[in-house]
Write a protein that binds this ligand. Structure first.
Ligand code: COA
Length: 376
């Protein structure tokens, strides 16, 4: 007879502490990266500096920052043979996250260090992957528009380059700053679903590309990173501010989930949503669309009627829309930032590894005897 494992089932592992970590923490409604409050970093840091902080456990000195920025920026570009191969894979009617998952996996084939198990190789791959994630997303967008690759400018920041490579146009400083802040806000979030997926894969001592590819697959889902795209689709469907309340009422009556609300950990509000809300207000007003106003009606209604608060995905949708970013790219943009957090988790996992191997509680049949086909 099979072994029967009697243990408590925590569906979705709610409340389970699966590992120790010193990367980011959530305590009540406070999110910190390496001990620094997200509000402080969003206001004062840059994405490039935040990546350094996540990977090194301290803010860089001037010299460390300059060196790190330069290396990261020098890795932004894709090689011509990589671009040529990526041009061969389909882009039409393909979800950007599906393309990105494949593209990241393909990049591993060029990386001579991908199978090396040394801290130096891991660091080099982390820089390479983080630098190239934005370039890949931008290339995807260019290719599906029938346009060519835009080479990055290593004199400019990561955020500047992403916006430049996607459109071929230089964006003004204010938009670059807002986008940079979005990247900081999305960089890490404790043991979320995709970070956990990356750690599970890394825990078998598989390579970094495999772990990041696992994480991209996890982030793609609508209950995780895929929610921002769904939020924008909902806003577009609702069409006007006047229709927003009635739309939410009817969705709640039908027991539908409203995308961009609720959170497994935050019960008193997601601090990132507060920062994004004010960015959404100013950007939507400036670009003359009603999506902030509509979002506010939805927010107020869901809070009053369901007691749920917006998460990071709710107001980021109208922020990206107002910046002119195509709607189905929002989750890929999440990836452009979150890859830095996954890498911090993967490297932390390697340093203190034990393979993840939980148990499942058996609820199936037991004690069956095989009957030959002729006797069934
Ligand atoms: N809209 C409506 N009801 C929601 C809801 C939402 N966005 N989020 C949670 N609820 C309700 C559930 O229906 C459930 O109600 P019930 O007890 O009457 O069945 C209750 O709140 C608990 O939700 P549950 O799905 O069990 O919470 P979870 O911790 O497993 O999941 C999320 C957390 C984030 C996946 C969930 O809130 C959700 O699906 N949100 C929408 C997707 C989203 O925005 N994801 C991005 C997360 S950053």
């Amino acid at each position: 007879m099979s072994e029967v494992y009697a243990g408590a089932v925590d569906k979705g592992l709610e409340g389970v502490i699966a590992c120790t970590t010193a990367i980011s923490s959530i305590v009540d409604a406070a999110l910190c990266y390496r001990g620094y409050l997200i509000e402080d970093l969003a206001e004062n840091s840059s994405f490039e500096e935040t990546v350094y902080l996540l990977w090194n456990d301290h803010l860089p000195s001037k010299e460390e920052y300059t060196e790190f920025k330069n290396i990261l920026r020098s890795e932004l570009s894709l090689r011509s043979e990589q671009i040529e191969l990526l041009k061969q894979i389909p882009v039409k009617d393909v979800h950007p996250m599906a393309w990105l998952r494949t593209a990241v996996s393909l990049l591993a084939l060029w990386d001579k260090e991908s199978q090396l198990d040394t801290p130096e190789a891991h660091q080099n791959i982390a820089i390479r992957l983080t630098a190239k994630m934005g370039t890949l997303v931008a290339l995807f967008e260019r290719l599906r528009q029938g346009k060519g690759y835009v080479a990055p400018n290593p004199e400019k920041s990561f955020a500047w380059n992403f916006l430049y490579m996607i459109s071929g146009q230089e964006r003004d400083d204010e938009i670059v700053k807002i986008f940079d802040t979005c990247l900081i806000l999305h960089a890490d979030h404790e043991l979320n679903c995709s970070a956990f997926a990356s750690r599970v894969t890394a825990s078998s001592l598989s390579d970094i590309y495999s772990a990041v590819t696992s994480a991209i697959g996890a982030l793609k889902g609508p209950l995780h990173g895929g929610a921002n795209e769904r939020v924008m689709r909902m806003l577009v469907d609702i069409k006007t501010v006047e229709k927003a309340k009635q739309w939410v009422d009817s969705a709640l009556t039908n027991k539908e989930k409203i995308m961009g609300f609720g959170h497994r950990v935050y019960k008193n509000g997601d601090p990132r949503a507060k920062i994004l809300r004010s960015m959404s207000e100013s950007l939507c007003n400036k670009s003359g669309n009603d999506y902030y106003k509509m979002s506010k009606v939805i927010d107020d209604t869901v809070q009053t009627e369901k007691g749920l608060l917006p998460n990071v995905d709710f107001y980021s949708a109208s922020v990206y829309y107002s910046m002119g970013i195509p709607l189905d790219l929002y989750t890929s943009i999440f990836t452009v930032s979150r890859v830095s957090g996954w890498l911090a988790h993967i490297l932390e996992q390697y340093k203190n590894n034990r393979i993840y191997r939980p148990r499942g509680e058996w609820v199936g049949k037991t004690g069956l005897k095989y009957a030959p086909l002729s006797g069934r």
